[in-house]
Ligand binder design. Structure first.
Ligand code: HEC
Ligand code: HEC
Length: 322
């Protein structure tokens, strides 16, 4: 099959796979049982995602699909969550999107499935549901199976150009190597117990608890990061390599931590997963700027910013008095 033929076939398969769920995606949720409400929200999410992905791939091939999935998947999740009064998302057996690497009940459900898989193919497994003892919220999850079309982007061998696009957006992507028919992950839905929770915007990011002083220090350091990026781009735009080198080197070293309000003790183990590659990219950018290699400088600055975004998608700060 020609490249174009493959592309057309993928788009068609995705389009066909979505038609069954498409009709329900726009209708508002009727007052109904938690099970039905969760299932409807999940279906709305996956059919809108498939439609968006299918359209992007038909237009621009798998690389365009990756870009659109990167931009739109979280937005669709947020929109569907708000419409249906739930929180929802996806977790992979291995997740491409760092924000999808949840550690809570969703991960436990996946682990249980992996440890003793139900009969049949994952797509046929019954959804699991439970009521959370602490919050009284309703938890619902359905397995996601790797279909043949999914292996283009998640399979054992991903085409080189496409793999490059994936690496650019997800530098530490573990979400390949999935065979068709295997468990890819799950879609999860939480229906909150009280109405108050319903209107709260979805924020599935992991909370880092710290004192108000530590939170203020962290936010100050973050704003410094952003200011240095601004300064770097302006300096590069003015052909002022030496200022750019200095700012980037400062960013690479962490830019100094505030003494008494040190927040490092509050940071989770996963923090360096983003902080370290960001510092490395800044130091590479600094070297490239010193060599007056503008494209290489900008490429490494872009890599650094992608770590800013990946970390922001994963964590939020919650300030609490000790
Ligand atoms: C065009 C490439 C592409 C195709 C085809 C594709 N995916 Fe993905 N998939 C992605 C990208 C990119 C992400 C990360 C999205 C994000 O940043 O939120 C992702 C994320 C996921 C996730 C969430 C867990 C994670 O890794 O972050 C699941 C589950 C998933 N895909 C399942 C599937 C299934 C099932 C299919 C086939 C029906 C499929 N994908 C087809 C690109 C693709
Ligand atoms: C290792 C994780 C991590 C990295 C890397 C990171 N940040 Fe942050 N940043 C955070 C967290 C956590 C917050 C607080 C988010 C929240 O609570 O909503 C934050 C907040 C911010 C804020 C808001 C500050 C405020 O006053 O509220 C800005 C601006 C920001 N970051 C810029 C950046 C820039 C620019 C970079 C990259 C050069 C970057 N960050 C890299 C974790 C990170």
């Amino acid at each position: 099959m020609s490249r174009h033929g493959v592309r057309g076939a993928i788009a068609l398969a995705l389009a066909m796979a979505l038609t069954s769920g498409a009709a329900t995606s726009q209708s508002p949720p009727a007052p109904t049982t938690n099970d039905t409400r969760a299932a409807e929200a999940a279906k709305a999410f996956s059919s809108e995602l498939r439609r968006t992905l299918g359209a992007a791939m038909a237009e621009g091939g798998p690389s365009a699909g990756v870009e659109v999935c990167h931009d739109e998947a979280p937005r669709i999740a947020e929109r569907v969550s708000a419409t249906h009064g739930v929180r929802l998302g996806r977790v992979g057996v291995r997740s491409r999107q760092p924000a999808n690497r949840l550690e809570g009940w969703q991960k436990q459900t996946l682990d249980a499935w992996l440890a003793s898989p139900p009969e049949g193919s994952p797509a046929s497994w019954a959804p699991v549901a439970s009521v959370d003892a602490a919050s009284g919220g309703f938890h619902w999850a359905k397995a996601i199976e790797t279909e043949a079309v999914c292996t283009v982007c998640h399979g054992p061998s991903v085409e080189a150009g496409l793999a490059g696009t994936i690496r650019r957006l997800y530098p530490d992507d573990p979400a390949t190597g999935f065979e068709a028919g295997s468990l890819r992950g799950l879609i999860w839905v939480e229906v909150p117990a009280d109405k108050a929770e319903v209107s709260r915007p979805s924020d599935a990011r992991q909370a880092i608890t710290m004192t108000p002083a530590q939170a203020a220090a962290l936010r100050r350091q973050m704003r410094n990061h952003l200011e240095r990026i601004e300064g770097t781009l302006l300096a590069l735009g003015h052909d002022d390599a030496s200022s750019a080198v200095a700012l980037l080197a400062e960013g690479a070293s962490g830019g100094g931590h505030a003494g008494a309000e040190d927040f490092r003790s509050a940071l989770p183990d996963g923090w360096p997963r983003f902080a370290r590659p960001m510092h490395v990219a800044m130091s590479q950018a600094s070297e490239a700027a010193a060599a007056k290699d503008l494209p290489r400088t900008l490429r490494h600055v872009g890599e650094a910013i992608s770590q800013c975004n990946a970390c922001h998608a994963t964590y939020r700060v919650e300030a609490r008095e000790p």
